[in-house]
Design a protein around this ligand. Structure first.
Ligand code: CA
Length: 226
């Protein structure tokens, strides 16, 4: 698998170089630009998977950079880095096409976790559904069938199934499930996850046969590819 490309647009040398080092060290193909104008050109050429965008740039306002990036590629994932934690700026930024924001000063570990969550979500959006054995899922329509019979799933049950089948055949950690299906800032009990998996199994599994969802003790769950 090729490394995910992240474009950093940040005019502060200390923050820019720290981010470049951290992302590079985390296995991403990271690139750093200090000018909005050059970064827009770089994004057109390199089609990054995610953009970290400082709102306070010397040449073009960060919000305008965000709008232009989004005009060039409506599916681009822009995470704003902002010292302005004014609610209005954040709302305007999200309107300009950003998917998330992080206020400065930020902790590197938190930033990396947010980037991971964002990339997972964009991957999930790219998968719109299909057939996995006798299970058919339509993610945009939020519908699921087994053997041609449509199932009635509760919203969280559907989200959980959608998250698992998006990574069918792969382990999905408890942390990833909690972050993606519930909330990235969830600090409560993860028993709710096991409760929902059990409820989902009752609806999608055939009594007496092996579950479609394998428990990976201490790790998470995996949707079984048949
Ligand atoms: Ca700046």
């Amino acid at each position: 698998m090729s490394r995910e490309r992240i474009l950093i647009i940040e005019d502060d040398d200390r923050i820019g170089s720290t981010l470049l080092r951290a992302l590079d060290g985390s296995g991403y193909d990271a690139r750093w630009e200090t000018s909005g104008r050059i970064a827009i050109e770089a994004a057109r050429r390199d089609r990054p998977d995610l953009v970290l965008l400082d709102l306070g740039l010397p040449d073009i306002d960060g919000l305008e950079v965000c709008r232009r990036l989004h005009r060039d590629d409506p599916s681009i994932e822009v995470v704003m880095l902002t010292a302005r934690d004014e609610e209005l700026d954040i709302v305007v930024g999200l309107d300009a096409g950003a998917v998330d924001y992080i206020t400065k000063p930020f902790k590197l570990a938190e930033l990396l976790a947010r980037i991971r969550a964002q990339l997972r979500r964009s991957e999930a959006r790219a998968f719109s559904g299909g057939e996995l054995g006798d299970l058919t899922i339509d993610l945009p329509a939020r519908r699921v069938w087994i053997g041609g019979v449509e199932l009635a799933l509760r919203p969280k049950e559907f989200d959980l199934l959608a998250r698992l089948v998006t990574d069918a055949g792969h382990a999905v950690t408890r942390e990833a499930l909690m972050a993606d299906v519930w909330d990235e800032h969830w600090f409560g009990s993860t028993k709710t996850l096991d409760f929902h998996v059990a409820a989902l199994r009752r609806k999608i599994d055939t009594p007496g046969s092996e579950s479609r969802i394998t428990t990976l003790r201490g790790v998470g769950y995996r949707y079984v590819l048949s």
